[in-house]
Design a protein around this ligand. Structure first.
Ligand SMILES: Cc1cc2nc3c(=O)[nH]c(=O)nc-3n(C[C@H](O)[C@H](O)[C@H](O)COP(=O)(O)OP(=O)(O)OC[C@H]3O[C@@H](n4cnc5c(N)ncnc54)[C@H](O)[C@@H]3O)c2cc1C
Length: 380
C-alpha cells in the first residue's frame, strides 16, 4: 500500500505517527474516560500545521495536498479518534468553506488564526428537527440595519464546547425553501451566543460535542459567507471534503483495532497454542486486512481525484460509506478476537469499537450515502 504513495506522503505519515505516538498515545485512553479535551497536545498540533493542513502557507497553513490530509487524519485517528474528529471537522467543514467561499477580507480575518490552531472552527447544520433532511432547518436570520438577527438551535456540534468561529446554517429567506438557506459566521462571545451542555456520547468522548444556541444574536451582515441563498451549495461542497476526512478517520480507527488484534492473537494461548493458529481467528484476520486495504484505497482515490481537481463527490461518498461500515466490522472482530477482555476497558479495542460506530452516522448516515451514490451512478 505504501508503495502507491509518493515519498512526500510517506514522510507526512512518518512525522504525524511519531508525534501522535509520543504525545497523544500516552493520554488517549484517559482523555476518553475523563471526557477531557487535551489542550496541551492540541496546542502543539497547531504549531505543526494540523489545523490548516491544506491552507496555503501564506495564510498560516501547512499547504499540503488532499492525500496528505487523509494521511494526517488517519494517523491521528489511529491513536485518538476524538482528536481526529476535532482536526477533520475544523479543516474540512469550517476552514475549507471559508477559504473556498469567503471574501478576501473574510479569509484574511478568520483563516490565519484558524490555520494556526489559535481559534477552533465548527460546522453548525444539524437541529433537533433537521438531521438527514438538512433542507428542513428552522434557524433564521433577518436583516436589521448593518446586522443579521440570528436565532438558532444547533445540536451535535463537534468542537462545540471550544469553538471560536461557527458556521451557522440559517434561513435568510423563509419562503424560498432550500434556496433560502445561507451561512453566517458567528463568533463565540457575541451577545446571545450560548454554548449548551456536552453530549454524553457513546464514543468520541474527548471531543466536546454539544449544542450551540443563538438568541437574537446580532451578527454583522459582512459575516455572510458568499451570497444569500448559497447555504446548501456551501454545505454540500464542505461535506464532499468532510466525508473524505471521516472515511480517513474510519481507516485510522480500523487500523488501530487491527494492530491490537494481531498483537493479541500472538500473545493469547488457548488449547495449548497462540490463538493465531486457530483457523477461525485467521479467517477474521484475513477479512479485517482486506476490508482495511479496500477502505484505504477508496480514501486515497477520492483524495487523488480532488488533488487533480477532478470530480470526487461520488468517490468521497463511496469512501465514507465503505470505510465507516468496514471500521465497525473490523473493530467488532477485534473485540471478538479479544474474547471477554475485548469487552473490558482494560483493552483499547473497546474504545475503538465505540468510536467507530458513529462514523456511519455523522456527516451523513450510510443510508443517505447510498442515496447520494445511487443518484450519481444513475445520472452517469
Ligand atoms: C458525535 C456526533 C458529532 C456530530 N457533529 C456534527 C457537526 O459538527 N455538525 C452538524 O451539523 N451535525 C453534526 N452531527 C449530526 C449528524 O450529522 C446527524 O446526526 C446525522 O446527519 C443524522 O441526523 P439525525 O441524527 O437527525 O438522524 P435522522 O435524520 O433522524 O435519521 C434517523 C434514521 O433515519 C434514516 N433516514 C433519514 N432519512 C432517510 C431517507 N430519506 N431514506 C432512508 N433513511 C433515512 C437515517 O439514515 C437514520 O438511520 C453529529 C452527530 C454526532 C452523533
Amino acid at each position: 500500500m505504501e508503495l502507491l504513495l509518493e515519498e512526500k506522503h510517506r514522510a507526512v505519515r512518518q512525522s504525524v505517527r511519531r508525534f501522535c505516538d509520543r504525545e497523544l498515545r500516552p493520554i488517549a485512553a484517559q482523555i476518553d474516560q475523563e471526557c477531557r479535551f487535551p489542550w496541551e497536545v492540541v496546542e502543539k498540533m497547531g504549531k505543526l500545521g494540523y489545523f490548516g493542513i491544506q491552507v496555503p502557507k501564506a495564510l498560516g497553513g501547512a499547504g499540503l495536498d488532499s492525500v496528505s490530509y487523509a494521511i494526517v487524519i488517519e494517523e491521528i485517528s489511529r491513536v485518538s479518534a476524538a482528536i481526529g474528529l476535532c482536526i477533520t471537522v475544523h479543516n474540512s467543514v469550517a476552514v475549507y468553506p471559508i477559504l473556498s467561499f469567503g471574501s478576501k477580507e473574510q479569509i484574511q480575518k478568520w483563516v490565519p488564526p484558524l490555520a494556526r490552531g489559535e481559534k477552533i472552527g465548527a460546522f453548525c447544520l444539524t437541529e433537533p428537527n433537521a438531521g438527514s433532511d438538512a433542507g428542513g432547518i428552522e434557524a433564521t436570520a433577518h436583516v436589521d440595519g448593518e446586522d443579521y438577527i440570528v436565532n438558532a438551535n444547533k445540536v451535535f456540534v463537534t468542537n462545540g464546547g471550544i469553538a471560536d468561529i461557527c458556521l451557522i446554517f440559517c434561513r435568510t429567506d423563509p419562503s424560498a425553501g432550500a434556496r433560502g438557506i445561507s451561512v453566517v459566521v458567528a463568533e463565540r462571545g457575541t451577545n446571545g451566543f450560548v454554548v449548551g451542555d456536552l453530549e454524553d456520547l457513546c464514543g468520541m468522548r474527548a471531543n466536546p460535542v454539544c449544542s450551540i444556541r443563538l438568541y437574537d444574536c446580532r451578527i454583522p451582515v459582512s459575516n455572510l459567507l458568499a451570497t444569500k441563498g448559497m447555504g446548501m451549495k456551501i454545505g454540500l461542497a464542505a461535506l464532499d471534503t468532510g466525508r473524505m476526512g471521516i472515511a480517513a478517520q474510519a481507516v485510522g480507527i480500523a487500523q488501530a483495532a487491527f494492530e491490537e488484534a494481531i498483537r493479541y492473537t500472538k500473545q493469547r494461548h488457548q488449547f495449548g497454542v497462540p490463538i493465531e493458529r486457530h483457523q477461525a481467528i485467521q479467517t477474521m484476520i484475513a477479512d479485517m486486512a482486506t476490508q482495511l486495504d479496500a477502505s484505504r484505497l477508496l480514501v486515497y482515490r477520492a483524495a487523488a481525484l480532488k488533488d487533480k481537481k477532478l470530480p470526487f463527490s461520488k468517490e468521497s461518498a463511496m469512501a465514507k460509506l465503505f470505510a465507516s461500515e468496514a471500521a465497525t466490522y473490523v473493530t467488532d472482530l477485534a473485540v471478538q478476537i479479544h474474547g471477554g477482555y475485548g469487552y473490558s476497558k482494560a483493552y483499547a479495542v473497546e474504545r475503538y469499537y465505540r468510536d467507530a460506530r458513529v462514523t456511519r452516522i455523522y456527516e451523513g448516515t450510510s443510508e443517505i450515502h447510498r442515496m447520494v451514490i445511487a443518484k450519481s451512478v444513475l445520472k452517469e
